[in-house]
Design a protein around this ligand. Structure first.
Ligand code: NCD
Length: 294
């Protein structure tokens, strides 16, 4: 049987996404069985992470799996081992899945050619972050219902360099949402079929959901903005800009406080950042179960 990998959202058909969400909902309602008992999951993060890594590890443990997290700072890749050799060595330990994050786009896909278990992408460069998009869609549906065809979302921030934006654009469009990208020109992709705007205040008035993204300074080769403060004066989601508009405010974290979203909006009930984190565990449990027990 061909092994199924999750390298980007396109690896899941829409009916598989539905199946996954049904499962995540059951987990959230407390119906959890140890379906990954005696399974071994390796997490290997070549790039920093707090919530994604812990979310995957908690998800795996909730289902009874054994988790081994490789510390990349002390691993052999920093000694010059090739990706191929790293993959072959991990695979020889017979894991049931490998969760990987890397600063280069395409690494999970490359690894998937050399292993005999599912590769789950936990974020690669500015390319894809499929489980983040899944948990974002799951959270949106929790508040706005399953039929999103009349709903509009503004994705605000460093879209060009964001794997979260990339994965969300594919998935949210597929599930019916109308997307507007809001950013200064240098943060927009050079070509896009989507609507774009430089005017946050005006766009917020027209949407149901705002997804704010972090400025990916670590992926910039030159300074993209005079200062983050200047960027914030145009694109920070503030209480003043949002007013009393009924919106759902999302952010994948880590939030640059008062740059991406201001203090007042972060503690506003319309902000669902911590709900996203909570849902992330259930969605990742469903992903691990689906890919390992396929
Ligand atoms: C994001 C990531 O690492 O891609 N965070 C996350 O996974 N929750 C977004 C970011 O780093 O800005």
């Amino acid at each position: 049987m061909e092994i199924k990998h999750l390298t980007n959202t396109r690896d899941l058909k829409s009916d598989e996404v539905e199946k996954l969400f049904e499962k995540a909902k059951e987990y959230k309602a407390g119906k959890i069985k140890k379906t990954l008992k005696d399974k071994l999951i390796i997490t290997i993060f070549f790039e920093n992470s707090t919530r994604t890594r812990s979310s995957f590890e908690i998800a795996a443990k909730n289902l009874g799996a054994n988790v081994v997290s490789l510390n990349v700072a002390t691993s052999s890749s920093s000694k010059g081992e090739t990706l191929y050799d790293t993959a072959a060595n991990l695979d020889a330990m017979n894991p049931h899945a490998i969760v990987v994050r890397h600063k280069e786009a395409g690494v999970p896909k490359i690894l998937s050619n050399y292993v005999t278990c599912p590769i789950i992408n936990a974020g690669d460069g500015s390319f894809a972050h499929p489980t983040q998009a899944l948990l974002d869609l799951f959270t949106i549906r929790e508040y706005l219902g399953n039929d999103l065809k009349t709903k509009k979302i503004a994705i605000v921030g460093d879209i060009k360099n964001s794997r979260v934006a990339n994965s969300n654009i594919e998935l949210l469009k597929r599930f019916g949402l109308d997307i507007t990208l809001v950013a200064p020109p240098q943060f927009l992709p050079s070509t896009t079929k989507l609507k774009t705007s430089h005017n946050l205040k005006k766009t917020i008035k027209e949407v149901d959901i705002v997804m704010s993204l972090r400025t990916q300074t670590e992926r910039h080769t030159s300074q993209m903005y005079a200062s983050l403060k200047d960027y914030a004066s145009d694109f920070c989601i503030t209480k003043e800009v949002v007013g009393d508009k009924d919106i759902l405010l999302l952010h994948p974290g880590p939030v640059h406080r008062n740059i991406d979203i201001d203090d007042a909006m972060l503690s506003d009930p319309r902000c669902k950042v911590l709900k996203q984190v909570e849902n992330g565990v259930y969605v990742r449990m469903a992903v691990l179960d689906l890919f390992i027990n396929a």
